[in-house]
Design a binder for this molecule. Structure first.
Ligand code: FAD
Length: 403
């Protein structure tokens, strides 16, 4: 039996950020992860867009846009604080173009009105003297503008609009690998991989964790715990009596598909097709391209986490083939593309209907964040975008600093 003061469950980006924030404050932390290595689940298998809020126009209150902006503007500054200056210029994509599809759930006027509100919100943030508005190593200046000349892509798709933005994605492979090195070598972080948390129990003055390491059970006592296990978070919370709300939570499985363009094809630019269940394209700096076509690459939607394994290479490849075929009809520059990899990740959010429904609460992401229950913190990451921000909040709270 071990006993350790502060324990963080789950070494995705969220758990890693909580551990880094605590270690930065001088606290020793044990970070427990079921995979053989950290940062191998959703935090690796994603698109890497650090959202500025453009996607969330159907939340008419603007709360989701505010939340995304907050997270995005402290994403790189916090990681730089914990790890030293990171090479954002090498990891950052070019700016996204927003392609307004012919049957978009929002008109161009509605989209532009929402983007204008976002610009206002951003300028409020930038005027705040304590706010460092650095975004992935660059300054946001013009934020978005209508794209000038019609590209062949716009004509072909009959787009209603094509809007250029400063929003970018980072390459999650590079970020994950650098953070893994950092966590493994940090003198205050004790990373324990290959250890699954079965559950926990509240005891006098702390908690007892029930662990499983290659089929061998053990217990581990801790004073303070942060649960950052994303797809398993609600289940583990329940073992210490923290109820979740299964009527609103949904779990989706979506694939991260990487392709390589054919040599004769023109280079692509990052594109998000809006507003509805469409797709994204993100060229990475090494020549690979992230592609997503929602109707094909979202393969599960349910109130419970997926019960079948995410590690089915044949299925993942078939999903990639269908997604690529769908996108090739829209983007001829993908016609000679070949599949490099396809891997499934889980997305946890609040919603009972999928994103083709304009009323779906999946279009709002304002109800996530950190909650604490007398020594137990549970962190709903919401988006990759917000993980450092929530890591900092959790680290500060666990250290006893007021929010
Ligand atoms: C295809 C796809 C595209 C996405 N694109 C974007 C995007 O462009 N922008 C954006 O902001 N967000 C995006 N997301 C969402 C984003 O990836 C997640 O919000 C984020 O990675 C969640 O981070 P996390 O650390 O909470 O979860 P994870 O990275 O899943 O980390 C949780 C960790 O906990 C471990 N764990 C789970 N259960 C246990 C247990 N019982 N015991 C021990 N360890 C356990 C897991 O192994 C895992 O390592 C995307 C997601 C997917 C799947």
């Amino acid at each position: 039996m071990g006993k350790q003061g502060i324990v963080v469950l789950g070494a995705g980006l969220q758990g890693t950020c909580v551990a880094l924030s605590l270690a930065h404050r001088g606290h020793a932390v044990t970070l427990i992860e079921s995979h053989p290595a950290p940062l191998r689940a959703a935090s690796l298998r994603n698109e890497g867009k650090i959202h500025l809020g453009f996607v969330y126009v159907l939340d008419h209150s603007g709360s989701t846009q505010r939340k995304m902006l907050e997270g995005a503007l402290c994403f790189s500054p916090l990681l730089d604080r914990w790890c030293g200056a990171l090479p954002w210029d090498e990891w950052r994509s070019d700016g996204f173009f927003y392609a307004v599809m012919p049957d978009s759930l929002a008109t161009v006027d509605e989209l532009e009105a929402s983007y204008a509100a976002l610009r206002l919100m951003h300028s409020e943030f930038s005027e705040h003297e304590l706010c460092n508005p650095s975004y992935l190593g660059q300054q946001l200046t013009w934020l978005w503008r209508r794209s000038g000349n019609q590209s062949p892509f716009e004509k072909r798709l009959g787009l209603k609009g094509f809007i250029e933005t400063q929003e970018a994605a980072i390459d999650p492979r590079h970020l994950s690998s650098r953070l893994e090195q950092h966590v493994r070598s940090h003198p205050l972080i004790n990373l324990r991989c290959g250890v699954r948390v079965d559950g926990a129990e509240r005891r006098q003055g702390g908690f007892r964790l029930y662990l499983d390491e290659s089929g061998v059970g053990s217990i581990f006592d801790a004073d303070l715990i942060a649960n950052c296990t994303w797809s398993d978070r609600a289940r583990i919370d329940e073992t210490v009596g923290i109820p979740s709300d299964p009527s609103t939570i949904c779990y989706r499985v979506k694939h991260q598909i990487m392709v390589r363009q054919g040599s004769g094809n023109r280079p692509l630019v990052p594109i998000t097709m809006v507003q509805g269940p469409y797709g994204d394209i993100v060229p990475r700096r090494d020549g690979q391209v992230y592609i997503s076509w929602y109707p094909e690459c979202r393969t599960y939607f349910g109130k419970l986490p997926p019960s079948s394994s995410l590690e089915d290479p044949q299925h993942a490849h078939a999903v990639a083939e269908r997604s690529l075929t769908a996108l090739q009809t829209l983007l001829p520059d993908l016609c000679e593309a070949s599949i490099v990899s396809s891997a499934a990740g889980v997305i946890v959010a609040r919603g009972t209907t999928d994103i083709e429904d304009p009323q779906s609460t999946l279009h709002r992401r304002e109800n996530f964040g950190v909650k604490s229950y007398d020594g137990w913190w549970t962190v709903d990451t919401g988006k990759l975008t917000n993980a450092p921000q929530l890591g900092e909040i959790t680290g500060a709270e666990m250290s006893g600093e007021a929010r």
